[in-house]
Design a protein. Sequence first.
Length: 69
Amino acid sequence: MEFVVQVLQQFFALEREAATRVMLKVHTEGRGVCGIYPRDVAATKVERVTSYARQHQHPLQCVMEENGT
């Protein structure tokens, strides 16, 4: 859980409290929203987070979805 909070702070610039809320949502519901970004920015964030998680042998998954609005 601490790893996820760290990733949210480092890659999505969330304050610790906000990162903890997202982490708890992911923990209880299986997914959470880290932010809304233009497609190219989101793709880069997904790539960086996925790479970082692999380097640290952590099973964290990060995906992007189209905004439904």
